[in-house]
Design a protein around this ligand. Structure first.
Ligand SMILES: [Zn+2]
Length: 109
């Protein structure tokens, strides 16, 4: 298993089930996304996750190659990662992550 990383930022998102750090609040690119549980965030950088199987998926903005991502500590599903976008106007998502808001807990200081 991967060593758990810690995020130094004051405001961060953590795995709802085990509280492993997942992302700094500052890394959020957009809150206008939708996941399987409702509101989802597009995020520049996420730690402490591992990739599931990559697959082509039909999303609201067209077909993308994505893989689900899971918490390294408790194996909970937390979102997905964009590996490839076919449409030119969707390319900015490549390499970025989606975290589902309902599966996160927020820590602020
Ligand atoms: Zn977890």
């Amino acid at each position: 298993m991967k060593i758990i990383e810690y995020i130094e930022a004051d405001n961060k998102y953590k795995c709802l089930s085990c509280k492993a750090h997942l992302s700094a609040v500052d890394s959020v690119v957009s809150k206008e996304f939708k996941g399987s549980t409702g509101v989802a965030y597009l995020i520049e950088d996420v730690v402490n996750t591992f990739d599931g199987t990559s697959e082509e998926r039909e999303l609201m903005s067209g077909v993308h190659v994505v893989c689900d991502i899971f918490c390294v500590k408790c194996y909970s599903y937390v979102g997905w990662r964009y590996l490839k976008a076919y449409r030119e106007d969707q390319k900015y998502k490549e390499g970025k992550f989606i975290l589902e808001r309902a599966l996160l807990s927020k820590e602020t200081s």
